[in-house]
Design a protein. Sequence first.
Length: 459
Amino acid sequence: MGLLIRNGEIVAVGSRVKGDVYAENETVTRIGKNLEAPPGTEIIDATGKFVFPGFIDPHVHIYLPFMATFAKDTHETASVAALIGGTTTYIEMCCPNRTDDALAGYELWKSKADGASACDYAFHMAVTKFGEETESQLREIVADGTSSFKIFLAYKNFFGVDDGEMYQTLTLAKKLGVIVTAHCENAELVARLQAQLIGEGKTGPEWHEPSRPESVEAEGTGRFAAFLENTGATGYVVHLSCERALNAALAAKERGVRLSVEAVLPHLLLDKSFAERPGIEGMKHVMSPPLRAKHNQDVLWNALARGLVDTVGTDHCPFDVEQKLLGTDAFTNIPNGIPGIEDRVNLLYSFGVQKGRIDLDRFVNIASTRAAKLFGLFPRKGTIEVGGDADLVVFDPGYRGIISVKTQHVNNDYNGFEGMAIAGRPSVVTVRGKVQVRDGEFVGERGRGRLLKREPAYF
Ligand code: URP
Ligand code: ZN
Ligand code: ZN
């Protein structure tokens, strides 16, 4: 059965037209005005609404064994939450740790998503050690269609790689044409500062930020960039949080280093005072890199508006209150992370477009198109054009609502953005031509999501 979305304002990067979109057999087959539709076509009236390409979250954690526990979502819960929020594709970090076998980890992560996700998905393959077998294993994973890696310069002895391993990973990535995403904090400095603070009896969540100050992130970002520069690899800094790290990234870009930058929602909307709240309220806002001094928010928004930051993801990583309380005696044991997959698009629209910080074109670019281009999904995803997947978001800018744990679909017992007002939300969301969401309700087919195979592109 065909699907016709009528009379909406169709927005893609570089174009904004009123008209209709027709989809058949999972793809967009016609775009125009007053399109005819065969009998039996499902018709959606988008008058007064935007029609956006399905949004892409380039950085989520769903299955995640981390800090003595597991993140709370499954692909069943996370994908429904994602779709309700307008995200039709997410890229999950596949994160076996240093003692795990990479290939076995990759198969495990795939098995968790297979038949479970209601939206399409892909993986960034984390390289958490570089041993004898790593090159052949990574070649196999890339041949399977996973053409991006992830390295952590933080999380010493768990996910973290040393400089030698980073060099080997980037050298191989360059050969294979794979982009490398990186969490950029200096692991040694974090470990030393954590030990010092705990030794001084500074155990509450308010000490998390001082244990990984801006200089620690700026060093990691600058070092990653220097390694890219000297290997010729292409990189992407995940969840960049502050001005000093941004300056390190921009300086590298000016030198010609092939580097892109991701911001995540918490750093755009929350500041470190949230993590300084006493007890569990502070713990809920412990993530890495940490929430920063407020002035960094304007820096990041301005960089987004000017195209200096490429994408906005979430680093969706839900741990519930009971799990956060593992860090009652020491902030170093608070599982790092905050959920966000459901709220990213609405918050970005409300606090970005509605407040005049970014225009509609930038919004679509940073929430969808740019990620599709960087990670080998374009033009199948990330735009609206004939031949592309019919992942479409009919977005109602007239909707008004409040973010709340009471109404969320993420599997968690708090929402870090609780009480924030949103101005606009998706009213219809489709995945490859099938309506999956209507007015905040999942109405579609669970398990519809497919693993997206991606070709290497960065030789
Ligand atoms: O605090 C965070 N970001 N938790 C998830 C792991 C990571 O660093 O991405
Ligand atoms: Zn990270
Ligand atoms: Zn992450």
